[in-house]
Design a binder for this molecule. Structure first.
Ligand SMILES: [Zn+2]
Length: 146
């Protein structure tokens, strides 16, 4: 099968499967005066949202990315993977599993399986050096008082 057809089919499937959640999110974005842009991958960017109307640096609900001014192609790719996760698992199972994961990982993005899958660096998350065994060793060699 031609890969283009697969990706086109996936794009349409994702948009249809996420439509109920996306409709709610676009309504929320319109209510808060966002600038709304629909890509040819049917992913919807809602920028210029006021602080407190979305989580962290931005939030994806269905096929809709809600954010203030932290945009850009890297973050878009990260958020689009969250849209894939919504479509693969279904809105309610995804939200339940994401919430459970956040609970178990004390809401640390670098430990959350869905954030890791979406790409931590592209999402603007940095992995704390203390999690790296080599970094911990280097820190030990530094001795006290550093
Ligand atoms: Zn994310």
């Amino acid at each position: 099968m031609d890969r283009r057809y697969f990706f086109h089919a996936w794009t349409v499937f994702r948009a249809v499967r996420n439509l109920p959640a996306s409709a709610v999110a676009v309504g929320w974005a319109r209510h808060h005066g966002a600038t709304i842009l629909i890509g040819n991958d049917l992913f919807v960017e809602c920028s210029g949202m006021p602080r407190g109307t979305y989580g962290r640096g931005g939030t994806t609900v269905g096929n809709v990315w809600l954010y203030g001014d932290l945009g850009g192609p890297d973050r878009r790719r990260h958020e689009l993977r969250h849209a894939d996760q919504y479509a693969l698992l279904g809105t309610l199972p995804f939200l339940a599993l994401y919430g459970l994961n956040a609970l178990v990982t004390r809401n640390l993005p670098h430990r959350n399986v869905f954030e890791r899958w979406a790409g931590l660096t592209e999402g603007g998350y940095t992995t704390p050096a203390i999690e790296e065994p080599h970094a911990a060793i280097e820190e030990d060699q530094g001795g006290p008082g550093r």
